[in-house]
Design a protein around this ligand. Sequence first.
Ligand SMILES: Cc1cc2nc3c(=O)[nH]c(=O)nc-3n(C[C@H](O)[C@H](O)[C@H](O)COP(=O)(O)OP(=O)(O)OC[C@H]3O[C@@H](n4cnc5c(N)ncnc54)[C@H](O)[C@@H]3O)c2cc1C
Length: 475
Amino acid sequence: MASPSLYWLRNDLRLTDNAALTAAAAQGPVIFLYVLDDETPGDRRLGGASRWWLHKSLEALSAKVPLVLRRGAADKVIAAMLKESGATSVHFTRDYAPWSGDLERRVKVVAETAGASCHRYGGFLLHEPEAIRNGSGEPYKVYTPFSKACFAAGEPKPLKPVPKFRAYDGQLKSDTLADWTLLPTKPDWAKGMAAHWTPGEAGAAQRLRDFIADGLEFYADERDRPDRDVTSRLSPYLRFGEISPAQCWHAVRAAQVAAGGKLDRAAEKFLKEVLWREFSYHLLHHWPTLPEKPFRPEFAAFPWSENAKALSAWQKGRTGYPIVDAGMRELWVTGIMHNRVRMIAASFLIKDLLIPWQEGERWFWDTLVDADIGNNAASWQWVAGCGADAAPYFRIFNPVLQGEKFDPAGAYVKKWLPELAHLPDEFVHRPWEAPALVLKAAGVELGKNYPHPVVDHGKARDRALEAFKVIKGSA
Ligand SMILES: Cc1cc2nc3c(=O)[nH]c(=O)nc-3n(C[C@H](O)[C@H](O)[C@H](O)COP(=O)(O)OP(=O)(O)OC[C@H]3O[C@@H](n4cnc5c(N)ncnc54)[C@H](O)[C@@H]3O)c2cc1C
């Protein structure tokens, strides 16, 4: 009988289009190993919302394949597993987090020490970071030429079907999911997430179908509108690999072809967003300090301010700026926030409150279900003006005008801030300007059931530009 092959599941929690699983299945009976490794990433262990998602995703996967769950440093767990099972090969999907390269090298060593072969596959990205380089052979630092190079590299490979596999049926000890206490209990802050999401491969496939049926045609024109539900909401599924970017790409291309030209603009726009994810990961691979340090080093001298009270108001969605607060409350309830609102809320933290972007990045890391070491870091740096190809620092979002432009009737704000639901549309993004009688009729008591603005945006903007002067000479 063929000896077992060890398939180490990581951010690839799916059976379809999975090169590592396909290869493991061809080799022998498959051991499906997932390791909860809180040691290797150091203080970058999974945040709370991600832990909730992981539990649900593994639960869904365990209905399809017998998972062996172990906890500890992945290389040590794999060494032990090889010894216990006699597996003669290890297969896994490549990961790009700053600690992953070393970990993968250690796994190779333990596999070879045990006399097993070790195989790494792509799939989390469309293109490996080594494959997309500029004319001088350097990594791209600017998105547009990067995306052109990706398009020029051609369409992703055809998808791999779910392979025929035989699961290893020998006795191997496994933790239970409950042992890992990934779900919150007291308080159970994840109720809103449970109502909102179906983690797992089937949920991902359904989400993609729904997006193509209902969202794609509006995507190019309305993707910036938080009051319209037209974006794909695929980010957490991509984050955990419950769907591959190639699956998204091919499905959208197929819809584009079927529509005979009507979806060309929408499809291009969507694929370009998928390439922003790609860009973030390529940056992260080449500049692994991206989650902690500014890409543009001159920003290390930026005169940030410490303001625990303002940070807490921002986290709780109590800044007094409705579009910011609605976003932060959406995040808390559902684990997600619309991209446009992420930009506004991040800009507010960094520029209106002068709080370091790293504080916001950490909060998102803990609370987003799509918290993603590449996208989160690159996006925060983009807003802060210190990233590669970032928005210039001096372009400061006005939260009132942004709200009025992208949520014109205030529907998004009213959904997440029910205390403002009865305000007339003209005041919903600037309640402090509403006459006392209007506030009273709407049941709004500023300073009581909704806060006064924590800062005056005009003054905060001047202060931010003043602070920027400290590094401007070098920026
Ligand atoms: C401050 C800030 C923090 C962010 N943190 C994260 C994060 O932790 N994880 C994360 O996946 N995205 C992050 N983003 C990017 C973006 O907001 C989300 O990817 C997007 O909102 C997900 O919604 P969607 O799946 O409906 O996107 P769609 O518009 O449907 O896009 C499809 C896919 O493309 C990718 N994508 C879209 N926009 C971006 C973008 N601007 N940058 C990189 N990839 C993108 C995502 O994988 C997304 O699922 C952040 C953006 C900002 C401004």
